[in-house]
Design a protein around this ligand. Structure first.
Ligand code: ATP
Ligand code: MG
Ligand code: FE
Length: 334
């Protein structure tokens, strides 16, 4: 069973080939055009996908030593994501599937972030909890089976990755700032500065308040010392990061206690954060959690996770018609 998968929901153009559940190749082209604008510009993202998609797919197939004629299905990210970006991947996938006369599979990007855990060992056992933390989402998901998931709680405003990036912008770091906060924080004191936490119901999150708190704090301090940010960069980053990660873990602990589930996974771009990875590993030892942390390359957007999800969907004969279209606000199909 050999499947080609395409990811084009945001600013990464990626293609992967999976054979009998084993990823043979995963090519990711990251778009750098957005850096100068401090965020992803949808029109430019579509154009870059259009430029990258053919070479990326060719490279994925040739590196895997797979010929188009050997494919059993073509999969693509159907949503959620930017409409114009999704259209590039979906149009290509539909054309290829129809030319080869093989099934078409539509994949939910957030479900795929979670199923990235099944690419390599060790694999979580069902049911497990997955903290999905990315640029557009922050969710605690109860995963009952490969394709059976329920959202226990999620952010009511900004995603945690968005909070990292927006705060990085306030500090004066280039986009995307999340990884840079992680870097600077390594030499900083996480308890140097305290930022308030927004209390939320149940297992929900809110990350828009801390952004404003950091903005006012820095404005106030800069009035007293114009070099405040420069002189305290490491401590500011470490303190911001500590607040964000501590909030994430607090609700995760609550969800684990509530459900009695001790199989705990993280997924999405922010799971590349070194402080989250370390804190979760420490926490796991204390609470006797079995913790699953994906490889770096499978944390941020990639087609390998789309291919993994497509593999499970193929086994359930879950195919799309040729009239399928992208769903920018796609929810989990349980
Ligand atoms: P979604 O998956 O919700 O559609 P997305 O695809 O844009 O959103 P990802 O590519 O999964 O999100 O993740 C990107 C986000 O991860 C960015 O906000 C980025 O700043 C953040 N990120 C990546 N590495 C780190 C890190 N080391 N520390 C903190 N944040 C990070
Ligand atoms: Mg991205
Ligand atoms: Fe993503």
């Amino acid at each position: 069973l050999t499947i080609l998968a395409i990811e084009s929901s945001c600013d990464e153009t990626s293609a992967a080939v999976i054979q009998n559940g084993k990823v043979l190749n995963n090519i990711v082209a990251t778009q750098s055009v957005h850096e100068q604008y401090g965020g992803v510009v949808p029109e430019l993202a579509s154009r870059a996908h259009q430029q990258h998609i053919v070479p990326v797919i060719d490279q994925a197939l040739s590196g895997a030593k797979i010929h188009k004629q050997q494919l059993n299905a073509v999969a693509f990210t159907q949503g959620p994501g930017l409409l114009g970006a999704l259209l590039v991947g979906s149009s290509f996938a539909k054309s290829l599937a129809s030319a080869l006369n093989i099934p078409l599979i539509g994949v939910n990007h957030m479900q795929a972030h979670i199923l990235a855990h099944f690419i390599d060992d060790p694999k979580p056992k069902f049911p497990f909890l997955c903290l999905t933390v990315s640029g557009g989402h922050t969710q605690i998901v109860k995963v009952n089976d490969y394709l059976e998931m329920e959202i226990l709680g999620e952010t009511q405003d900004d995603a945690v990755g968005e909070a990292f990036d927006k705060i990085a912008k306030i500090i004066g770091l280039p986009y995307p700032g999340g990884p840079m906060i992680d870097q600077y924080a390594k030499e900083g004191n996480p308890h140097a500065f305290g930022f308030p936490e927004t209390e939320m119901q149940g297992f929900n999150y809110s990350f828009s308040g801390i952004k404003t708190a950091v903005l006012y704090f820095l404005q106030r301090e800069t009035k007293k010392d114009e070099n405040f940010v420069k002189n305290h960069l490491h401590d500011i980053c470490a303190s911001v990061q500590h607040r964000l990660i501590a909030t994430l873990l607090q609700k995760l602990r609550k969800a684990s206690k509530h459900t009695g589930i001790k199989e705990i996974a993280i997924a999405g771009g922010v799971s590349a954060n070194s402080y989250l990875r370390k804190t979760l590993a420490d926490e796991g030892r204390n609470l006797e959690w079995q913790v699953y942390i994906p490889k770096f390359e499978y944390c941020t957007d990639n087609a390998a996770m789309i291919a993994m999800t497509a593999h499970f969907k193929y086994l359930q004969n879950d195919f799309l018609g040729m009239d399928a279209s992208p769903q920018p606000r796609m929810k989990f199909s349980v």
